[in-house]
Every structure is written in structure tokens, then in C-alpha cells.
Design a protein around this ligand. Sequence first.
Ligand code: FAD
Length: 407
Amino acid sequence: MAQVQSEEQAVIDGLLSFVGQEVAPREAALGELMEDPRQLFKEDGREHPEVAEARRETRIASAGAGYYQMFCPESIGGSGLPLRLSVLCWEALHHQYGPGERLMYGTISHWASGPSVLWEDVSPYLAAEVRPNVVKGRMAGCFGMSEPDAGSDAWGMKTRATRDGDTWSITGSKQWTSFAPTADYVLAFAVTDPDMVERRRGGITCFYVPMSTPGVRVESVIRLYGEIGGREAILSFDDVRVPDEQRFGPEDQGFTLAMMGASQGRLYNAGRSIGLARWALERAVEYAQVRETGGQPIARHQAIQHMLADSATAIFAAKAMTLETAEKVDAGADARRELAMAKLFATNSAVDVFDRAMQVHGGMGLTNETRLHEGWKTLRTLRIADGTDEILRNTVARELLKGNTSF
Ligand SMILES: Cc1cc2nc3c(=O)[nH]c(=O)nc-3n(C[C@H](O)[C@H](O)[C@H](O)COP(=O)(O)OP(=O)(O)OC[C@H]3O[C@@H](n4cnc5c(N)ncnc54)[C@H](O)[C@@H]3O)c2cc1C
């Protein structure tokens, strides 16, 4: 159902009002620090600590207001609200505030860095000592799955964890770990049973590892798109010792855990793509009506109108399919085909919407002023991160060939 229900609208309105009153002024106070890369990034490419601190304050304020954890299970202290509503909330935030690494995007927990369903089945130690801090936003983590030789093919992972009594020793490296330079902990995935991994039947275990643990190092920050700094990093683990009570979820079942998170990630990425695409389309519609060539607004040109119409059509389709997918997940149905299609379609069509919006703006579309390039970069990244287009197509095709051909 594409229509937003009144109780859903009430949550969205509450969130936007909280963000407007509590987060927007906090972001404004950071001023150039958020806007100017020369101030935002330090020499080594890391973000300025003030920004990380502002993110922490935002999380804590949002958790206090009940928004940060609203889509987490009630069993861990969340509100258990449906994923369909999470799509609408991500869309609303991105539609309202547009491109960029904005503070407001930290008001809702992301499954990989904050509390989520992944935190349900953890050890008594993690449940008592760590989880409350994560749910309240006092701590945030990063997700260490990918490695130099293990991206799309996570089974190629080389990081190993070996058991010595009640302690594990982790050695290896991770790549692309988002927010690692500012994280409090990493959820580190490691091979614990090479035979199971060989047969692709498990054998990977996840561990909760505080970034301050001896042997954990942020080796370097990865810079993207010509930026002078970044949020992704390369991590190394050199005989990192963690007690078994820091094992995150069942032994050898880390891959299943990661896939659980990836499903939520597909909806998150689809939701924010729809919101950003709506923001860009509105900028294009406005500009087309004020920019004149040959004595008339460019909106009178059919070529421009068709670009706007194509973008609107794509957004409408992406939103309808994403909401239907979320409803399926909320109902407990197997939606892996739909999740793959929704992320694939929503991200790709949003990249196209930004490309058309830039074209409608002419040269202005390429300037920093319109911020269109920022949205394009974010969305272009999503064609690779959290499951590449090709891997998503593989998932869809695999389901079709199994006979899952009904719609
Ligand atoms: C900005 C960013 C943030 C990220 N954040 C995180 C993070 O926080 N934590 C984390 O663990 N990872 C993270 N990743 C890693 C991300 O999940 C991987 O980049 C992604 O899985 C692809 O892996 P790869 O880059 O090694 O590409 P590769 O796996 O080397 O793929 C290269 C190309 O080959 C294609 N390909 C590979 N295998 C197949 C196949 N079987 N069939 C068809 N085509 C195939 C791919 O689609 C791609 O086009 C992030 C990546 C980026 C870019």
C-alpha cells in the first residue's frame, strides 16, 4: 500500500519536528566544519573529532526522544515499529534534508552501527554490559565483514579466529569498514571453521571487539571520489584476544547474522534513495521554471519535461515496490527476491534522477552550490556497497530459476 497511514504520518511528523528543533541547530552550529572538506578532514584523512562527538550527542538525544531505537525489537529496548515505517522515515529525512553526511541521518539507528535485530541473540555479558549503551546511542560501532580479497564473495574471508580455552585470538584485516575511524567497537567477522567455509555451510563467527583492544589498528582511511578524507577504513587485527562472552551471536553462524542485517540494509538504502531522488526532482522542477532560454522557461521545452516525467515515473515505481517489499518482510515472508529488486531499482533509478537533475540545471548542476553532485556520489556508491548490482541480479535470477516467478 503506497498510501501513508495517519499513525505513520504522526511518527514521521514527530521525527521531522524533533530533527528540526534538536538536530538542525546542532548541525548549523558546526557550520563550515560539516561543509568544508579542508576543515572536516584532518591530515590523516580522519573526520574532525567534533563531528564524531556531534553524532554521538545526536544519537543520545534521539534515543532519549524514542526515535533512535524505534525500529529495534522490544526485547532489546526498542519500540518494534514495522520496517515499512522505517522506509517512510528514511525517505522523509532524506527528502527534507537532501544530500551529504548530515547529522540528522544519525537519528535512526543503522543496523550495522547501532542497535538492531542483530543484538537480540547475544551473550549475557553483551546483553547486560554493552547493549544498553548501544541502544541508548552512547556507543556506536562498525561492521567488519569485507576484506581485500573478500567483497562480493564474503566466503573468501581470510581473517581467522582460533580458540584457546575461553579466549579467542583474531588475526587478519578488514577493508571498507564504514565509520571505523570513529567507532567504539567493530563487529568483526572471522573464519572459525575452514571446512564449513569451504563447503559454504557456515564456519564464520562474529565478535564484538572494542576498538581500544590491543592489536586492533585503523591502518588507513580510504578516500573516495577525490575527497581529502573519508569514513571508510582498512583495519588490521594482530592476535587480538577476546573472551568468548564477546562472541556476537552463535558460533559459526556469522554469515546468517550478516545476511539478516543486509536485508534491513536493502530497505534502508531503497528508502534513502527514494527520499534523495524526490529532493533532486523538486530542485529540477523549480529550476526548470525559473531558468530561461530564448525568452522562455526551459520547462516549456519538451526535452526538459520528459526528463522530469521520467524521474517522477521512476520514483513512483521505486516507492511502490519498496513499500510492498517492506510489508512482505514485516509479515515474516521470504522476500529475498523483492529485497534485491527494490535495492537494485531504487538506487539505480535515483542515480538516474540525479543525473537528469544535473542535466536540467546545465552548468549549475555541476557546481557545489546545488549539491547535486553529493547526492549522485552517495547513490553511485550504493550500486556497489551493501550488495553490488550484479550480486543483486544474481539473487533475483536464482529465485526465478527456482520457480519463484509470480508477482
Ligand atoms: C563506500 C563503501 C562502504 C562500505 N562499507 C562497508 C562496511 O561498512 N562493512 C563491510 O564489511 N563492507 C563494506 N563495504 C564493502 C562492500 O560490501 C563491497 O565493496 C562489495 O561487497 C563489493 O565487493 P568488492 O568491492 O570487493 O568488489 P568485487 O567483489 O571485487 O567485485 C568487482 C566486480 O565484480 C562483480 N562481481 C563479483 N562477483 C560476481 C558474481 N558472482 N557475479 C557477477 N558479478 C560479480 C561485482 O558486482 C563488481 O562489479 C563498503 C563498500 C563501499 C564502496
